[in-house]
Design a binder for this molecule. Structure first.
Ligand code: AMP
Ligand code: MG
Length: 321
């Protein structure tokens, strides 16, 4: 069975194709905001409108299949930015195939489990729009902890913008952080199983007037990644899990990987980071998750539509029962 997956929730327009467990295409095109700006939803929509046919063509070519060979169309139906989601849903409908609606964070988890071969991990999903610590329990992916305000990726991108750097700021923050020498005190904000990033971001921005970009980037990374590692460890301890899966665009940060790896080693647990190509937004994870859902009885949508605030834990996961 062949599933074509469409991702358009935010900055990336992606189309991936899966034939069973095999990923046979993963084409994407990313919208990059102009210097000094974050994502403008309507600009992202325009990018997706313009890119969609080319990305579809590229994916089909890469997979060596035609539209006739596609059995189901899986589409990321949320959460995300409504103007962007509309483009993906529109394309899905136009292909005249059974459409399976897929929850975007669930797709990040499933591709990680597939590629890293981990069975039942605690997942740290750290991206531009989401930050959640997730674990499976009784038919759903439960959110054990999450950000109370902005996502970690967004906070890093805003800090980078404040430093005059281009979007996406994550890699630049990592580069500067690796040269930082002095730890500047920043507010460490963990509240039970949740984290908060706005206070630390405000403080870091203010301290840029007094300290070097390198030291601020270093201190920001050390503080925020320690916060995320702490709540991930607590989720493992409470749930008795011995695997961690890191995914989302921020999974590419070497220091975040290192902190989680050390924490896992100290607990005798195993650490997995989703490979770079599949940790950020992409269509292959949507295609794969659509196959899982279809295979476990999810009916194609009668009227495919998006849900911009569709939460991870509002999604039934029958394939893990
Ligand atoms: P996502 O929404 O999952 O695509 O993740 C986007 C976030 O990942 C943004 O905050 C980016 O700054 C960050 N990001 C993208 N590439 C990298 C990278 N190579 N290293 C660190 N962070 C990255
Ligand atoms: Mg994402």
């Amino acid at each position: 069975m062949i599933s074509l997956g469409i991702e358009s929730t935010s900055h990336t327009f992606g189309i991936g194709i899966c034939e069973g467990r095999k990923i046979i295409a993963n084409a994407k095109s990313m919208y990059t905001p102009e210097r000094g700006w974050g994502i403008k939803p309507d600009e992202a929509r325009k990018h997706h409108e313009k890119a969609k046919d080319e990305v579809l063509e590229k994916a089909l070519q890469e997979a060596g299949v035609s539209l006739d060979d596609i059995d189901i169309v899986s589409v990321a139906a949320g959460p995300g930015l409504p103007p962007c989601l509309r483009v993906g849903i529109g394309l899905a409908k136009s292909l005249k195939k059974p459409v399976i609606e897929v929850n975007h964070p669930v797709a990040h988890i499933e591709i990680g489990r597939l590629l890293c071969r981990c069975g039942d991990p605690i997942v740290l999903y750290a991206s531009g729009g989401n930050t959640q610590v997730i674990g499976y329990a009784s038919g759903r992916y439960r959110v054990f902890g999450e950000t109370q305000d902005m996502a970690i990726g967004n906070a890093r991108d805003v800090l980078a913008r404040e430093m005059g750097l281009n979007y996406p700021g994550g890699p630049e923050i990592d580069r500067l952080a690796s040269k930082g020498r002095n730890y500047i005190e920043l507010p460490y904000s963990v509240k039970g199983m949740d984290v908060s990033f706005t206070g630390i971001l405000t403080d870091a921005k203010r301290k840029l007037a007094k300290y070097s970009r390198e030291d601020i980037a270093f201190s920001f990374a050390e503080t925020t990644f320690a916060m995320l590692t702490e709540i991930t460890e607590r989720a493992m301890a409470h749930s008795g899990r011995d695997e961690v899966l890191l995914t989302g665009g921020v999974a590419a940060s070497p220091r975040l990987q290192e902190m989680l790896r050390i924490m896992c080693e100290e607990r005798g647990a195993r650490f997995f980071a989703c490979p770079r190509e599949y940790s950020g937004d992409n269509g292959a994870n949507i295609a794969w998750t659509g196959l899982l859902a279809f295979g476990s009885g999810q009916k194609p949508a009668k009227k495919p539509d998006f849900r911009s605030r569709w939460r991870t834990d509002e999604t039934e996961i029958p394939w893990r029962k």
